[in-house]
Design a protein around this ligand. Structure first.
Ligand code: COA
Length: 257
């Protein structure tokens, strides 16, 4: 697939996916969602790429939400379908077998905040701003925002942010536990790549097992403890575990495959 609204750059085992619609502050229109779904499907089966960094073009906006102008093209009765599609794509990101780091380079509003929350880690630039402002349009978040914001910041603050639509800055987002770290914008990609390099040095099976097990905590009807047992069983039976133990005993760095 040739992407119109995404640019993809591979840097060794890191894939940087950039949403590139600066004229709309990287808002998620239908085409961009289709392209995101395609690229994350491809990344699922790609064993060379070990970490994905997801960002927006420019220095003003990560993603300013779903494309509000395109909403007018959707039949009023089809709103549920719009939300379901967004949720399905964001679940693919959240459940990817390799970590996705959101490099939040500015506005992360509505669907942009929801997209960042579907990623496994969030590093924000100092100018980043977060909000779930859907109430201002007479709608609510539909791409998982009501559910994931509660997971990160708790019910009290999630209720406030969704009910008021208020914007918070990067420092507040870090205090609330919504982002992992805040750095100057010119250091944003380097900081994400540093974290990526650290993760790449670990066993890929163990990294996938962590994602699967922690996500299981939030899956309805899934016993996360059982998933942890299953995932532990898998990594215990991997060549990389043997290598990790030998490296420890031989007092050297492991060479995971
Ligand atoms: N969907 C479609 N277009 C969007 C957009 C969105 N979510 N957010 C911004 N844009 C477009 C603007 O319409 C404008 O296009 P135009 O030049 O053709 O008029 C362009 O991006 C630049 O935005 P602008 O509003 O002029 O920039 P600003 O610096 O004055 O304000 C924001 C920035 C982010 C505060 C403002 O654009 C905004 O509130 N956007 C909507 C955020 C939102 O409600 N998201 C949730 C959607 S469910």
């Amino acid at each position: 697939m040739k992407y119109e609204n995404l640019t993809i750059e591979n840097d060794g085992a890191i894939c940087v996916v950039t949403i590139n619609r600066p004229e709309s502050l990287n808002a998620l229109n239908n085409k961009t969602l289709t392209e995101l779904e395609h690229v994350f499907d491809m990344l699922t089966d790609n064993n060379t790429i070990r970490v994905v960094i997801l960002t927006g073009s420019g220095t003003k906006s990560f993603v300013a939400g779903a494309d509000i102008k395109e909403f007018l093209e959707v039949a009023p009765a089809n709103g549920g379908g719009v939300a379901q599609r967004g949720q399905d794509i964001f679940f693919k990101i959240e459940n990817l077998n390799k970590p996705v780091i959101a490099a939040v380079n500015g506005f992360a509003l509505g669907g942009g905040c929801e997209l960042a929350m579907a990623c496994h880690l969030r590093i924000a630039s100092e100018n980043a701003k977060f909000a779930q402002p859907e109430v201002n349009l007479g709608i609510i978040a539909g791409y998982g925002g009501t559910q994931r914001l509660v997971q990160y910041v708790g019910k009290t603050k999630a209720m406030e942010l969704h009910l008021t639509g208020d914007m918070i800055n990067a420092a507040e987002a870090q205090t609330l536990g919504l982002v992992n770290n805040v750095v100057p914008i010119e250091q944003l990609l380097d900081e994400c790549k540093k974290i990526a390099a650290k993760i790449i040095s670990k066993s890929p099976e163990a990294v996938a097992g962590v994602i699967r097990s922690i996500n299981a905590y939030f899956e309805e009807g899934t016993n996360g403890y059982k998933v942890e047992v299953e995932e532990f069983g898998k990594v215990f039976n991997s060549g990389n575990f043997i290598e990790g133990v030998h490296a420890f005993i031989e007092k050297r760095k492991p060479n995971f495959k």
